[in-house]
Design a protein around this ligand. Structure first.
Ligand code: G3P
Length: 478
Protein backbone atom coordinates (compact mmCIF):
# COMPACT_ATOMS: atom_id res chain seq x y z
CA UNK A 1 0.00 0.00 0.00
CA UNK A 2 2.59 2.54 -1.08
CA UNK A 3 6.37 2.96 -0.90
CA UNK A 4 7.58 4.88 2.15
CA UNK A 5 10.01 7.78 1.65
CA UNK A 6 12.39 9.34 4.15
CA UNK A 7 12.88 13.03 4.75
CA UNK A 8 16.19 14.83 4.16
CA UNK A 9 18.08 16.74 6.83
CA UNK A 10 21.75 17.40 7.51
CA UNK A 11 22.69 15.65 4.28
CA UNK A 12 21.04 12.38 5.30
CA UNK A 13 17.82 10.50 4.60
CA UNK A 14 15.95 9.90 7.82
CA UNK A 15 12.87 8.24 9.26
CA UNK A 16 10.82 10.38 11.60
CA UNK A 17 10.90 9.47 15.28
CA UNK A 18 7.11 9.98 15.23
CA UNK A 19 6.85 6.54 13.64
CA UNK A 20 4.04 8.03 11.58
CA UNK A 21 3.65 8.67 7.88
CA UNK A 22 1.37 10.78 5.71
CA UNK A 23 -0.31 8.99 2.79
CA UNK A 24 -0.22 10.44 -0.72
CA UNK A 25 -3.40 9.52 -2.55
CA UNK A 26 -3.12 9.00 -6.30
CA UNK A 27 -5.84 11.30 -7.73
CA UNK A 28 -6.63 8.81 -10.51
CA UNK A 29 -6.89 5.56 -8.55
CA UNK A 30 -7.81 7.32 -5.28
CA UNK A 31 -5.61 4.75 -3.51
CA UNK A 32 -2.46 5.36 -1.44
CA UNK A 33 0.45 5.66 -3.84
CA UNK A 34 3.29 6.67 -1.53
CA UNK A 35 3.90 7.58 2.10
CA UNK A 36 6.14 10.30 3.49
CA UNK A 37 7.43 10.92 6.99
CA UNK A 38 5.30 12.85 9.46
CA UNK A 39 8.12 14.95 10.89
CA UNK A 40 7.93 16.27 14.43
CA UNK A 41 8.55 19.79 15.72
CA UNK A 42 11.77 18.53 17.32
CA UNK A 43 12.95 17.33 13.91
CA UNK A 44 12.13 20.76 12.45
CA UNK A 45 14.20 22.36 15.22
CA UNK A 46 17.19 20.15 14.43
CA UNK A 47 16.83 20.83 10.71
CA UNK A 48 16.76 24.59 11.32
CA UNK A 49 19.97 24.37 13.37
CA UNK A 50 21.70 22.37 10.71
CA UNK A 51 20.55 24.79 7.97
CA UNK A 52 21.82 27.73 9.97
CA UNK A 53 25.26 26.19 10.51
CA UNK A 54 25.63 25.12 6.88
CA UNK A 55 24.68 28.58 5.62
CA UNK A 56 27.55 30.26 7.43
CA UNK A 57 30.24 28.44 5.46
CA UNK A 58 28.20 28.42 2.22
CA UNK A 59 28.09 32.23 2.30
CA UNK A 60 31.91 32.16 2.25
CA UNK A 61 32.06 29.69 -0.66
CA UNK A 62 33.10 31.56 -3.82
CA UNK A 63 30.20 32.53 -6.05
CA UNK A 64 31.60 30.65 -9.06
CA UNK A 65 31.76 27.44 -6.98
CA UNK A 66 28.14 27.87 -5.90
CA UNK A 67 27.21 28.34 -9.55
CA UNK A 68 29.20 25.26 -10.57
CA UNK A 69 27.26 23.07 -8.12
CA UNK A 70 23.96 24.47 -9.34
CA UNK A 71 24.88 23.68 -12.95
CA UNK A 72 25.73 20.16 -11.85
CA UNK A 73 22.40 19.78 -10.04
CA UNK A 74 20.57 21.08 -13.13
CA UNK A 75 22.18 18.44 -15.32
CA UNK A 76 21.39 15.63 -12.85
CA UNK A 77 17.81 16.86 -12.55
CA UNK A 78 17.38 16.61 -16.32
CA UNK A 79 18.86 13.10 -16.33
CA UNK A 80 16.15 12.10 -13.84
CA UNK A 81 13.32 13.69 -15.81
CA UNK A 82 11.45 10.45 -16.52
CA UNK A 83 11.59 9.10 -12.97
CA UNK A 84 10.50 12.43 -11.49
CA UNK A 85 7.89 12.85 -14.21
CA UNK A 86 6.43 9.51 -13.19
CA UNK A 87 6.05 10.72 -9.59
CA UNK A 88 4.19 13.79 -10.87
CA UNK A 89 1.86 11.55 -12.87
CA UNK A 90 1.08 9.38 -9.83
CA UNK A 91 0.93 12.10 -7.17
CA UNK A 92 -0.78 15.00 -8.89
CA UNK A 93 -2.15 13.42 -12.10
CA UNK A 94 -0.16 15.75 -14.30
CA UNK A 95 -0.33 14.57 -17.95
CA UNK A 96 2.81 12.49 -18.65
CA UNK A 97 4.36 14.85 -21.22
CA UNK A 98 3.74 17.97 -19.11
CA UNK A 99 5.27 16.17 -16.12
CA UNK A 100 8.54 15.62 -17.97
CA UNK A 101 8.44 19.17 -19.35
CA UNK A 102 8.16 20.49 -15.79
CA UNK A 103 11.39 18.74 -14.82
CA UNK A 104 13.30 19.92 -17.90
CA UNK A 105 12.05 23.49 -17.36
CA UNK A 106 13.27 23.19 -13.77
CA UNK A 107 16.76 22.14 -14.86
CA UNK A 108 16.91 25.10 -17.24
CA UNK A 109 15.73 27.39 -14.46
CA UNK A 110 18.50 26.21 -12.13
CA UNK A 111 21.18 26.79 -14.80
CA UNK A 112 19.81 30.20 -15.74
CA UNK A 113 19.73 31.14 -12.08
CA UNK A 114 23.39 30.17 -11.64
CA UNK A 115 24.35 32.34 -14.63
CA UNK A 116 22.22 35.26 -13.54
CA UNK A 117 23.55 34.96 -9.99
CA UNK A 118 27.22 35.22 -10.92
CA UNK A 119 26.44 38.35 -12.96
CA UNK A 120 24.23 40.28 -10.57
CA UNK A 121 25.92 39.20 -7.36
CA UNK A 122 29.33 39.78 -8.89
CA UNK A 123 28.67 43.50 -8.94
CA UNK A 124 28.32 46.00 -6.15
CA UNK A 125 28.12 49.77 -6.03
CA UNK A 126 30.53 52.55 -5.27
CA UNK A 127 29.09 55.88 -4.08
CA UNK A 128 30.77 59.16 -3.21
CA UNK A 129 29.53 61.64 -0.63
CA UNK A 130 29.80 64.98 -2.42
CA UNK A 131 26.66 64.50 -4.49
CA UNK A 132 24.56 65.18 -1.38
CA UNK A 133 24.28 68.82 -0.26
CA UNK A 134 26.74 69.91 2.42
CA UNK A 135 29.19 67.03 1.88
CA UNK A 136 32.78 67.04 0.74
CA UNK A 137 34.22 64.09 -1.16
CA UNK A 138 35.38 62.49 2.06
CA UNK A 139 33.23 59.37 2.21
CA UNK A 140 33.35 56.40 -0.14
CA UNK A 141 30.54 53.90 0.17
CA UNK A 142 30.94 50.29 -1.05
CA UNK A 143 27.84 48.12 -1.27
CA UNK A 144 27.35 44.44 -1.98
CA UNK A 145 24.55 41.92 -1.64
CA UNK A 146 24.71 39.49 1.25
CA UNK A 147 22.50 36.46 1.95
CA UNK A 148 19.56 36.52 4.37
CA UNK A 149 20.28 33.18 6.08
CA UNK A 150 17.78 30.30 6.07
CA UNK A 151 15.07 30.46 3.40
CA UNK A 152 11.88 28.49 4.01
CA UNK A 153 10.44 27.36 0.66
CA UNK A 154 6.82 26.19 0.43
CA UNK A 155 5.71 25.29 -3.09
CA UNK A 156 2.18 24.15 -4.05
CA UNK A 157 0.96 20.85 -5.48
CA UNK A 158 0.61 22.02 -9.10
CA UNK A 159 4.36 22.46 -9.70
CA UNK A 160 6.04 20.58 -6.84
CA UNK A 161 9.38 20.51 -8.66
CA UNK A 162 9.41 23.71 -10.67
CA UNK A 163 8.11 25.94 -7.90
CA UNK A 164 10.50 24.26 -5.45
CA UNK A 165 13.55 25.03 -7.59
CA UNK A 166 12.29 28.54 -8.39
CA UNK A 167 12.79 29.21 -4.67
CA UNK A 168 15.74 26.90 -3.99
CA UNK A 169 18.07 27.96 -6.82
CA UNK A 170 17.91 31.76 -6.17
CA UNK A 171 18.31 31.12 -2.44
CA UNK A 172 21.40 28.98 -2.93
CA UNK A 173 23.20 31.11 -5.49
CA UNK A 174 22.75 34.09 -3.18
CA UNK A 175 24.42 32.19 -0.32
CA UNK A 176 21.38 31.12 1.69
CA UNK A 177 20.47 27.65 2.93
CA UNK A 178 17.11 26.01 2.29
CA UNK A 179 14.44 24.27 4.31
CA UNK A 180 11.88 22.95 1.86
CA UNK A 181 8.41 21.91 2.94
CA UNK A 182 6.83 20.31 -0.12
CA UNK A 183 3.08 19.94 -0.59
CA UNK A 184 1.83 16.49 0.43
CA UNK A 185 0.65 15.76 -3.14
CA UNK A 186 3.96 16.14 -4.93
CA UNK A 187 6.20 15.48 -1.93
CA UNK A 188 7.87 12.44 -3.50
CA UNK A 189 8.67 14.34 -6.71
CA UNK A 190 10.16 17.11 -4.54
CA UNK A 191 12.20 14.59 -2.51
CA UNK A 192 13.48 13.14 -5.76
CA UNK A 193 14.47 16.64 -6.89
CA UNK A 194 16.31 17.13 -3.58
CA UNK A 195 18.08 13.82 -4.22
CA UNK A 196 19.46 15.32 -7.45
CA UNK A 197 20.92 18.21 -5.45
CA UNK A 198 22.32 15.66 -2.98
CA UNK A 199 24.03 13.82 -5.86
CA UNK A 200 25.50 17.10 -7.10
CA UNK A 201 27.46 17.26 -3.84
CA UNK A 202 26.16 20.32 -1.99
CA UNK A 203 27.49 20.60 1.58
CA UNK A 204 25.63 18.75 4.34
CA UNK A 205 22.73 20.64 5.84
CA UNK A 206 22.54 23.27 3.14
CA UNK A 207 19.42 21.83 1.54
CA UNK A 208 16.83 20.14 3.70
CA UNK A 209 13.39 18.77 3.02
CA UNK A 210 10.92 18.11 5.81
CA UNK A 211 7.57 16.45 5.17
CA UNK A 212 4.54 16.11 7.35
CA UNK A 213 1.15 17.37 8.37
CA UNK A 214 0.42 21.07 8.14
CA UNK A 215 -1.43 20.86 11.46
CA UNK A 216 1.72 19.56 13.20
CA UNK A 217 4.57 21.48 11.53
CA UNK A 218 2.93 24.13 9.28
CA UNK A 219 2.70 27.08 11.69
CA UNK A 220 5.71 25.78 13.55
CA UNK A 221 7.82 26.18 10.42
CA UNK A 222 6.46 29.53 9.26
CA UNK A 223 6.73 31.06 12.75
CA UNK A 224 10.11 29.47 13.52
CA UNK A 225 12.67 32.00 14.79
CA UNK A 226 15.37 30.30 12.68
CA UNK A 227 13.67 31.30 9.41
CA UNK A 228 15.03 34.44 7.71
CA UNK A 229 12.80 34.52 4.63
CA UNK A 230 9.67 32.73 3.42
CA UNK A 231 8.97 32.05 -0.22
CA UNK A 232 5.47 30.61 -0.56
CA UNK A 233 3.21 29.74 -3.47
CA UNK A 234 -0.29 28.52 -2.80
CA UNK A 235 -3.72 29.60 -1.70
CA UNK A 236 -5.27 31.50 1.20
CA UNK A 237 -2.81 29.92 3.66
CA UNK A 238 -0.37 32.56 2.44
CA UNK A 239 -2.49 35.34 3.90
CA UNK A 240 -2.50 33.57 7.27
CA UNK A 241 1.28 33.06 7.05
CA UNK A 242 1.87 36.74 6.31
CA UNK A 243 -0.06 37.70 9.44
CA UNK A 244 1.88 35.32 11.68
CA UNK A 245 5.39 35.57 10.23
CA UNK A 246 8.12 37.53 11.94
CA UNK A 247 9.97 40.60 10.64
CA UNK A 248 11.41 38.80 7.63
CA UNK A 249 11.08 39.27 3.86
CA UNK A 250 8.13 37.42 2.37
CA UNK A 251 7.64 36.38 -1.22
CA UNK A 252 4.11 35.14 -1.86
CA UNK A 253 2.07 34.08 -4.83
CA UNK A 254 -1.46 33.27 -3.83
CA UNK A 255 -3.57 32.57 -6.84
CA UNK A 256 -5.64 34.61 -9.23
CA UNK A 257 -8.84 35.04 -11.15
CA UNK A 258 -7.16 35.92 -14.42
CA UNK A 259 -9.55 37.67 -16.78
CA UNK A 260 -9.44 37.37 -20.54
CA UNK A 261 -10.96 40.41 -22.24
CA UNK A 262 -12.01 39.94 -25.88
CA UNK A 263 -12.67 43.05 -27.98
CA UNK A 264 -14.76 43.20 -31.15
CA UNK A 265 -11.73 43.45 -33.43
CA UNK A 266 -9.92 40.45 -31.89
CA UNK A 267 -8.59 37.52 -33.88
CA UNK A 268 -11.22 35.14 -32.54
CA UNK A 269 -9.41 31.97 -33.62
CA UNK A 270 -6.32 33.08 -31.74
CA UNK A 271 -8.44 34.05 -28.74
CA UNK A 272 -10.31 30.72 -28.73
CA UNK A 273 -7.06 28.73 -28.93
CA UNK A 274 -5.63 30.69 -25.99
CA UNK A 275 -8.80 30.41 -23.95
CA UNK A 276 -8.74 26.64 -24.27
CA UNK A 277 -5.01 26.36 -23.58
CA UNK A 278 -5.14 28.95 -20.81
CA UNK A 279 -8.33 27.65 -19.23
CA UNK A 280 -7.89 23.91 -19.49
CA UNK A 281 -4.14 23.08 -19.38
CA UNK A 282 -3.49 20.81 -16.42
CA UNK A 283 -7.27 20.82 -15.98
CA UNK A 284 -7.28 24.49 -14.95
CA UNK A 285 -5.10 23.87 -11.88
CA UNK A 286 -2.76 26.81 -12.46
CA UNK A 287 -2.79 30.18 -10.70
CA UNK A 288 -2.30 31.76 -14.11
CA UNK A 289 -5.13 29.84 -15.79
CA UNK A 290 -7.71 31.90 -17.67
CA UNK A 291 -10.43 31.94 -15.02
CA UNK A 292 -13.03 34.23 -16.54
CA UNK A 293 -13.70 35.24 -20.16
CA UNK A 294 -15.12 38.75 -20.62
CA UNK A 295 -16.26 39.00 -24.23
CA UNK A 296 -18.00 41.81 -26.13
CA UNK A 297 -21.61 40.77 -26.78
CA UNK A 298 -21.34 41.41 -30.53
CA UNK A 299 -18.70 38.67 -30.99
CA UNK A 300 -19.71 36.42 -28.08
CA UNK A 301 -21.78 33.90 -30.07
CA UNK A 302 -18.98 33.30 -32.58
CA UNK A 303 -16.30 33.09 -29.89
CA UNK A 304 -18.28 30.67 -27.74
CA UNK A 305 -18.87 28.41 -30.79
CA UNK A 306 -15.14 28.40 -31.56
CA UNK A 307 -14.23 27.60 -27.95
CA UNK A 308 -16.89 24.87 -27.77
CA UNK A 309 -15.47 23.22 -30.89
CA UNK A 310 -12.00 23.14 -29.34
CA UNK A 311 -13.25 21.92 -25.96
CA UNK A 312 -14.94 19.01 -27.76
CA UNK A 313 -11.51 17.92 -28.98
CA UNK A 314 -9.91 17.77 -25.51
CA UNK A 315 -9.14 14.23 -24.42
CA UNK A 316 -10.32 13.22 -20.96
CA UNK A 317 -8.80 10.40 -18.90
CA UNK A 318 -5.75 9.20 -16.99
CA UNK A 319 -2.49 11.20 -16.94
CA UNK A 320 -0.56 8.08 -17.98
CA UNK A 321 -2.31 8.30 -21.38
CA UNK A 322 -1.29 11.94 -21.61
CA UNK A 323 -4.92 13.08 -21.71
CA UNK A 324 -5.58 16.84 -21.74
CA UNK A 325 -8.03 16.67 -18.86
CA UNK A 326 -7.01 14.46 -15.94
CA UNK A 327 -8.45 13.94 -12.44
CA UNK A 328 -8.17 16.98 -10.18
CA UNK A 329 -5.79 16.67 -7.28
CA UNK A 330 -8.12 15.66 -4.43
CA UNK A 331 -11.68 14.63 -3.83
CA UNK A 332 -12.31 17.78 -1.80
CA UNK A 333 -11.10 19.87 -4.72
CA UNK A 334 -13.51 18.03 -7.03
CA UNK A 335 -16.32 18.63 -4.53
CA UNK A 336 -15.49 22.34 -4.36
CA UNK A 337 -15.56 22.64 -8.16
CA UNK A 338 -18.87 20.80 -8.23
CA UNK A 339 -20.27 23.28 -5.71
CA UNK A 340 -19.44 26.15 -8.07
CA UNK A 341 -21.07 24.30 -10.98
CA UNK A 342 -24.27 23.61 -9.01
CA UNK A 343 -24.45 27.26 -7.92
CA UNK A 344 -24.10 28.40 -11.56
CA UNK A 345 -26.79 25.94 -12.66
CA UNK A 346 -29.23 27.15 -10.01
CA UNK A 347 -28.65 30.75 -11.02
CA UNK A 348 -29.21 30.10 -14.72
CA UNK A 349 -25.82 29.84 -16.48
CA UNK A 350 -25.87 28.26 -19.94
CA UNK A 351 -24.09 24.89 -19.94
CA UNK A 352 -22.19 24.48 -23.22
CA UNK A 353 -21.54 20.82 -22.35
CA UNK A 354 -23.23 18.47 -19.97
CA UNK A 355 -21.65 18.42 -16.49
CA UNK A 356 -19.95 15.07 -15.97
CA UNK A 357 -17.79 13.74 -13.13
CA UNK A 358 -16.35 10.34 -12.23
CA UNK A 359 -14.35 10.29 -8.99
CA UNK A 360 -11.89 13.18 -9.23
CA UNK A 361 -12.24 13.39 -13.01
CA UNK A 362 -14.35 16.34 -14.17
CA UNK A 363 -15.07 16.78 -17.88
CA UNK A 364 -14.22 20.21 -19.31
CA UNK A 365 -17.09 22.63 -18.98
CA UNK A 366 -17.72 26.04 -20.48
CA UNK A 367 -20.41 28.11 -18.77
CA UNK A 368 -21.90 30.89 -20.89
CA UNK A 369 -24.04 33.84 -19.77
CA UNK A 370 -22.48 33.83 -16.32
CA UNK A 371 -23.60 36.79 -14.20
CA UNK A 372 -21.91 38.56 -11.30
CA UNK A 373 -24.27 36.99 -8.74
CA UNK A 374 -22.79 33.55 -9.45
CA UNK A 375 -19.88 32.30 -7.34
CA UNK A 376 -17.97 31.14 -10.44
CA UNK A 377 -17.78 34.79 -11.58
CA UNK A 378 -15.40 35.51 -8.67
CA UNK A 379 -14.02 32.31 -7.17
CA UNK A 380 -11.12 30.24 -8.48
CA UNK A 381 -12.37 26.77 -9.37
CA UNK A 382 -8.84 25.37 -9.86
CA UNK A 383 -10.49 22.88 -12.19
CA UNK A 384 -11.66 22.48 -15.80
CA UNK A 385 -14.65 24.82 -15.55
CA UNK A 386 -14.55 28.18 -17.31
CA UNK A 387 -17.15 30.97 -17.05
CA UNK A 388 -17.97 33.39 -19.89
CA UNK A 389 -19.42 36.79 -19.02
CA UNK A 390 -20.80 38.84 -21.90
CA UNK A 391 -19.99 42.55 -21.70
CA UNK A 392 -21.32 45.59 -23.54
CA UNK A 393 -18.29 47.83 -23.12
CA UNK A 394 -14.57 47.56 -22.45
CA UNK A 395 -15.12 49.52 -19.22
CA UNK A 396 -17.49 46.81 -18.00
CA UNK A 397 -14.74 44.22 -18.55
CA UNK A 398 -12.09 46.27 -16.79
CA UNK A 399 -14.50 46.91 -13.94
CA UNK A 400 -15.14 43.18 -13.48
CA UNK A 401 -11.42 42.44 -13.53
CA UNK A 402 -10.64 45.16 -10.99
CA UNK A 403 -13.52 44.26 -8.67
CA UNK A 404 -11.79 40.95 -7.95
CA UNK A 405 -9.79 40.58 -4.74
CA UNK A 406 -7.13 38.93 -6.91
CA UNK A 407 -4.72 40.70 -9.25
CA UNK A 408 -2.29 38.16 -10.67
CA UNK A 409 -2.44 38.36 -14.48
CA UNK A 410 -4.93 39.18 -17.17
CA UNK A 411 -5.04 39.19 -20.93
CA UNK A 412 -6.62 41.18 -23.72
CA UNK A 413 -7.29 40.20 -27.33
CA UNK A 414 -7.48 42.99 -29.89
CA UNK A 415 -5.72 44.04 -33.11
CA UNK A 416 -5.45 47.62 -31.84
CA UNK A 417 -2.20 47.96 -29.89
CA UNK A 418 -3.14 51.39 -28.53
CA UNK A 419 -6.33 50.03 -27.00
CA UNK A 420 -4.44 47.03 -25.66
CA UNK A 421 -1.94 49.21 -23.85
CA UNK A 422 -4.63 51.46 -22.37
CA UNK A 423 -6.50 48.38 -21.14
CA UNK A 424 -3.28 46.91 -19.71
CA UNK A 425 -2.70 50.14 -17.80
CA UNK A 426 -6.25 50.05 -16.45
CA UNK A 427 -6.17 46.41 -15.30
CA UNK A 428 -5.09 46.07 -11.67
CA UNK A 429 -2.98 42.95 -12.14
CA UNK A 430 0.72 42.19 -11.86
CA UNK A 431 1.00 41.33 -15.56
CA UNK A 432 -1.20 41.77 -18.63
CA UNK A 433 -0.61 39.63 -21.70
CA UNK A 434 -1.57 41.10 -25.06
CA UNK A 435 -2.92 38.50 -27.48
CA UNK A 436 -1.88 35.49 -25.40
CA UNK A 437 -3.11 33.60 -22.35
CA UNK A 438 -1.58 34.45 -18.96
CA UNK A 439 1.58 32.53 -18.03
CA UNK A 440 4.40 32.84 -15.54
CA UNK A 441 7.21 31.94 -17.93
CA UNK A 442 9.73 32.41 -19.37
CA UNK A 443 11.02 32.01 -15.84
CA UNK A 444 13.26 35.08 -15.89
CA UNK A 445 10.30 37.40 -16.55
CA UNK A 446 9.05 39.25 -13.46
CA UNK A 447 6.04 37.49 -11.94
CA UNK A 448 3.95 39.23 -9.31
CA UNK A 449 0.43 39.62 -8.03
CA UNK A 450 -1.37 42.68 -6.75
CA UNK A 451 -3.93 42.65 -3.93
CA UNK A 452 -4.63 39.14 -2.53
CA UNK A 453 -2.49 37.59 -5.28
CA UNK A 454 0.72 38.16 -3.46
CA UNK A 455 3.67 40.01 -2.00
CA UNK A 456 6.85 40.87 -3.89
CA UNK A 457 7.95 39.84 -7.34
CA UNK A 458 9.36 36.57 -8.61
CA UNK A 459 11.22 35.79 -11.80
CA UNK A 460 14.83 34.76 -11.38
CA UNK A 461 16.50 38.17 -11.09
CA UNK A 462 13.88 39.45 -8.67
CA UNK A 463 14.04 36.31 -6.57
CA UNK A 464 17.83 36.47 -6.26
CA UNK A 465 17.65 40.13 -5.24
CA UNK A 466 14.81 39.46 -2.83
CA UNK A 467 16.83 36.76 -1.08
CA UNK A 468 19.68 39.16 -0.32
CA UNK A 469 20.25 42.27 1.77
CA UNK A 470 22.40 45.25 0.92
CA UNK A 471 25.51 45.62 3.02
CA UNK A 472 27.53 48.88 2.94
CA UNK A 473 31.02 49.72 4.10
CA UNK A 474 31.84 53.44 4.27
CA UNK A 475 35.45 54.57 4.04
CA UNK A 476 35.90 57.92 5.82
CA UNK A 477 38.83 59.88 4.47
CA UNK A 478 40.73 62.33 6.68
O1 G3P B 1 0.08 28.02 -10.58
C1 G3P B 1 1.39 28.37 -10.45
C2 G3P B 1 1.84 29.48 -11.36
O2 G3P B 1 3.14 29.83 -11.03
C3 G3P B 1 1.61 29.19 -12.82
O3 G3P B 1 2.71 28.98 -13.61
O4 G3P B 1 3.91 28.40 -15.67
O5 G3P B 1 1.57 27.63 -15.36
O6 G3P B 1 2.02 30.01 -15.77
P1 G3P B 1 2.54 28.75 -15.19
Amino acid sequence: DGDVFKYYSDGEWKKSSSGKTVPIINPTTRKTQYKVQACTQEEVNKTMETAKAAQKSWAKTPLWKRAELLHKAAAILKEHKNAIGECLVKEIAKPAKDAVTEVVRSGDLVSYCAEEGVRILGEGKFLVSDSFPGNERTKYCLTSKIPLGVVLAIPPFNYPVNLAVSKTAPALIAGNSIVLKPPTQGAVAALHMVHCFHLAGFPKGLINCVTGKGSEIGDFLTMHPGVDCISFTGGDTGIAISKKAGMIPLQMELGGKDACIILEDADLDLAAANIVKGGFSYSGQRCTAVKVVLVMESVADILVEKVKAKVAKLTVGPPEDDCDITPVVTESSANFIEGLVIDAKEKGATFCQEYKREGNLIWPLLLDNVRPDMRIAWEEPFGPVLPVIRINSVEEGIHHCNASNFGLQGCVFTRDINKAILISDAMETGTVQINSAPARGPDHFPFQGLKDSGIGSQGLTNSINMMTKIKSTVINLP
